[in-house]
Design a protein around this ligand. Structure first.
Ligand SMILES: [Fe+2]
Ligand SMILES: [Fe+2]
Length: 363
């Protein structure tokens, strides 16, 4: 069948993609003309936070899924971000801590020399298992709690969201590495703590309340425990577990200290309110004082730590003394973090049992 020329022309004609297209969206972009080059640590969030893109607003008016700096559109449904005030959630180091977290991720499966684990005396293995059971439990709450706040924070304050996301990943790895240590050497899991201190963290109704109790106090204490963990490690696998976990934990504590500092500087009227949150949580730290070596508010945890110190030092007496010294160091480090954040006066309002253990102020 013959095909006429007009039909052939129509069949071979390239479609005109621009025909009838509405290109008005090209006029609606955010700020243009900015560029960024990788710095010493690569192309970090800090490098691209320029112009209006770097301007985290004091109040996030944009309660939609729009990224910070994107052009606004009318008629967009709200996303339900319920914490619009920057001061409520901000920490100046959030972007930097997020980048560090991404660059320093590690794997509990392949970065720990598990082959170094060796049989331990039964009581020591049981103590190690108890130690790791408690830490696994603690790590769950440290991931669950920030995850409750992620959907509350506006995209305009995305640096904090990303830091919290990195923390959730860190905590997943921590709970898995302590679970693995408990199971890998035959000891298994031991007793759950039943520790009311963990509920105080997840029940916090305000971000600053949560961050001060969890990042500054709770994770500060855990950070001190991780440093002790390196000391009581019985092999290189355990040393590495604690060293790598402490590296992650220092970011979580740093976020909390800087958030507290930020809020005290920008909203000094909240100082007394924050004392109230600490007053609620601090008695749990000292709950086991007088019941033997305690570090973390759980007597069974403290006892397991005492056995591990005894194993390292060779005698129960020396182990007990070291556990008490470690508890004292934990409290001094807690006080130091509060001083860095600008709450040095907290020293004189701590529960008497804690004040009695603290070293005197340096100046
Ligand atoms: Fe952790
Ligand atoms: Fe943590």
């Amino acid at each position: 069948m013959a095909v006429d020329r007009d039909t052939l022309t129509m069949l071979h004609r390239e479609p005109d993609l621009a025909e009838d297209l509405d290109l008005s969206w090209m006029d609606q972009t955010g700020e243009r003309g900015l560029s960024a080059k990788p710095g010493r640590r690569g192309l970090t969030l800090e490098e691209i936070n320029k112009g209006t893109y770097g301007d985290a607003p004091a109040r996030a008016w944009e309660n939609t899924l729009a990224p910070r700096g994107a052009a606004r559109r009318a008629g967009v449904p709200r996303a339900g971000y319920m914490v619009p005030a920057k001061s409520d959630i901000w920490s100046e180091n959030a972007a930097m801590l997020y980048e560090e977290a991404v660059q320093r991720q590690w794997s509990s499966a392949t970065d720990i020399p598990w082959d170094e684990l060796a049989p331990l005396p039964d009581d020591v293995e049981r103590a190690y298992s108890q130690f790791c059971t408690f830490l696994t439990e603690v790590e769950f709450i440290a991931g669950d709690t920030p995850s409750q706040w992620l959907p509350q924070i506006s995209n305009e304050h995305y640096e904090v969201k990303m830091f919290l996301a990195s923390q959730i990943m860190d905590e997943a790895r921590h709970l898995d590495v302590f679970r693995k240590r408990a199971l890998a050497n035959g000891g298994g899991l031991m007793s759950s703590s039943g520790n009311a201190g963990l509920r105080v963290i997840i029940e916090a109704k305000d971000f600053t309340e949560m961050s001060t109790i969890m990042h500054v106090q709770g994770e500060g204490l855990v950070q001190s425990i991780f440093r002790m963990g390196e000391y009581i490690a019985t092999n290189d696998a355990e040393k590495r577990i604690f060293r790598l976990s402490a590296q992650d934990e220092s970011r979580h504590v740093a976020f909390g200290v800087m958030h507290l500092k930020y809020i005290l500087e920008t909203e000094p009227e909240r100082r007394e309110e924050i004392h109230g949150y600490l007053e609620k949580a601090e008695p749990i730290i000292g709950a086991g004082v007088g019941q033997g070596p305690v570090a973390g508010g759980s007597p069974i945890f403290g006892e397991s730590l005492g056995i591990l110190f005894s194993h390292t030092l060779g005698s129960p007496e020396e182990g007990g003394n070291m556990a008490l010294a470690a508890f004292r160091r934990q409290l001094n480090e807690y006080m130091h973090r509060l001083e860095v954040a600008g709450m040095g006066e907290r020293r004189y309002r701590l529960p008497a049992m804690i004040q009695a253990i603290l070293e005197p102020p340096k100046n």
